[in-house]
Design a protein around this ligand. Structure first.
Ligand SMILES: O=P(O)(O)OC[C@H]1O[C@H](O)[C@H](O)[C@@H](O)[C@@H]1O
Ligand SMILES: [Fe+2]
Length: 205
């Protein structure tokens, strides 16, 4: 039997005691994700390839019926008008859900259905965002401070990053606008075919 574990989350600096894994994504790791390729390249140089986000998580294993959880911390920032974001993914087992629990900062969870519908959930301290099965999801920092969120999802979920690459990004981009943000169409978006949607939803009940 596994032993219970207590992990302490730092709501401002991010990170979590007792994590079993840690990774970070620098701006150069996110090449091709932002709309303005030139601005991306220039920012990698001018900011000396900064860390955009890091994740510390606790993964007891990858078997069904268990939970992975952890903390994502994302710097504030933009590439041209586009806010810093995570790569985004659908779970490799597409019917696995996820929750995010905001700790500090101001963020959005951008979700996209296999058919290409967009939903946006605003997340701040004490917000819990439920990501239902089958939704592609990505986090975005729309604030001026670090965005820190706790997350949890089934251990056997896995992450499929190729789905967003295949559609040339998500259907919408989140751009700064005045004091806030706006959704703009991703003009190079390539919708999924009916067959691709059916394949993703094959276990849908
Ligand atoms: O995996 P990415 O799309 O790069 O996002 C980075 C992290 O963001 C969230 O916190 C998810 O819950 C994590 O599972 C994910 O690893
Ligand atoms: Fe996820």
């Amino acid at each position: 039997m596994r032993e219970p574990v207590a992990c302490l989350v730092d709501p401002y600096a991010g990170g979590m005691s007792g994590h079993t894994g840690r990774y970070e994504k620098r701006l150069s790791d996110l090449a091709g994700i932002y709309e303005n390729i030139q601005a991306h390249g220039a920012l990698v140089k001018s900011l000396n390839d900064p860390v955009v986000y890091n994740v510390e998580d606790f993964q007891p294993g990858s078997h069904a019926g268990d939970l992975n959880y952890g903390v994502t911390r994302m710097n504030p920032g933009r590439v041209d008008r586009e806010f810093f974001l995570t790569r985004g993914h659908i779970h490799a087992k597409a019917d696995r859900p996820e929750i995010y629990y905001g700790q500090s900062g101001r963020g959005l969870i951008q979700l996209e259905s296999p058919e290409g519908e967009t939903r946006i959930v605003e997340i701040t301290a004490q917000t819990i965002c439920y990501v239902p099965p089958y939704w592609i999801h990505r986090s975005i920092n729309i604030g001026e401070t670090d965005l820190v969120m706790v997350f949890a999802y089934p251990s056997d979920s896995g992450q499929d990053y190729s789905i967003i690459q295949k559609s040339n990004g998500m259907r919408h981009r989140v751009m700064s606008s005045g004091e806030g943000w706006e959704l703009v169409d991703n003009t190079s978006y390539n919708p999924r075919t009916g067959e691709e949607v059916a394949a993703l939803m094959k276990n849908y009940t």
